[in-house]
Design a protein around this ligand. Sequence first.
Ligand SMILES: NC(=O)c1ccc[n+]([C@@H]2O[C@H](COP(=O)([O-])OP(=O)(O)OC[C@H]3O[C@@H](n4cnc5c(N)ncnc54)[C@H](O)[C@@H]3O)[C@@H](O)[C@H]2O)c1
Ligand SMILES: [Zn+2]
Length: 353
Amino acid sequence: MSKNSEIIFTQNVAETLTTLLAAKRHSKIMVLVDENTRKHCLPHVIDAIANATVIEIKSGEEAKNLDTCSQIWKEMTRQQLDRKALLINLGGGVIGDMGGFCAATYKRGIDFIQVPTTLLSQVDASVGGKLGIDFMGLKNHIGVFEKPLAVLINTGFLATLSKAELRSGYAEIIKHCLIADADKWKEIIATPYDRLDWQDLAEHSVSIKSKVTEEDPLENGLRKILNFGHTIGHAVESYFLPLGSKKLLHGEAIAVGMVAEAYLAYQRKFISEADLNQITTYLLHIYGAVAISDFDIDNILPYALQDKKNESNTILCTLLAEVGQANYNQEISLEDIRTALEYYTVQVGEVKK
Ligand SMILES: NC(=O)c1ccc[n+]([C@@H]2O[C@H](COP(=O)([O-])OP(=O)(O)OC[C@H]3O[C@@H](n4cnc5c(N)ncnc54)[C@H](O)[C@@H]3O)[C@@H](O)[C@H]2O)c1
Ligand SMILES: [Zn+2]
């Protein structure tokens, strides 16, 4: 990760791209889109890259695999991209992770620029240099760390994003507040959801994620605090994934995870009962109540053992040390996860009463 990538907030991606590209001499430019970003986002940048080749892939996590990479590498080869070429990844986290991975490995690496177009990718996925694809049913199983030439963020792209995707991305903003900024947490919970300022919140999240990932780019320690809500959240997400209609968006599952993991921090007396109640009430208010039965809990637990962050069979989790601070590598047991999910279901019951 030798390159120094810049994260630029801009109201006009085309203009910023034009300036950025004028300073470089790329032999060819390719832009990666899916059918949604081709329709909604490409028109806003095309003026800056009129000569670029557009390559479209299918949208969705299902496409984040080796077959699609092969499609991208083939197109790069057909277009005779050399080592001075540039790939622009215009889309959400799937496009950014996979396009970045293809660029970082094509001819041992060509330049790429991330233009994230979902809230999740603007506040999380486009920052920190993690790139990759899913493999054999395992998320982000194959990948590399590499920094883009630049990340261009325009929150204007969010206008066409579905309400559900927007709310899902918001979970990462909440996470950043809870692990690193108690004042911002107080501010967001006091603001009605439809009056949240995405520009301000994106800048806030990016500053937190960049600071953490610059300090620990390869996730040897500190970077693990970004995993708050994800140990239990991922297990919940993975369990519901094959269940079709009950499938949760990433942020919806992470919201459950944050409530459950906040409970574990309360149990260990890191946060007060008042803090726990505030976190629970807010997350249930924003994300609604996910029905999780005892049967579900039994079947969610095995997924927690598969977490990439575990070491030699102990489950390692990030727990809040207080609101606005977190500790990583906290050992938890399956029994802890069961209790935490039971706490969640009791709270859901309270809401429904
Ligand atoms: N690299 C990292 O550090 C990191 C961090 C978090 C998540 N991720 C990855 O990010 C991925 C999820 O990203 P995501 O939530 O952005 O999902 P996504 O890329 O699948 O995008 C969600 C949907 O929104 C559509 N879309 C994108 N921009 C749009 C716009 N402006 N208007 C209308 N529709 C638009 C897409 O076509 C897609 O259908 C996962 O694969 C996850 O592993 C990576
Ligand atoms: Zn996440």
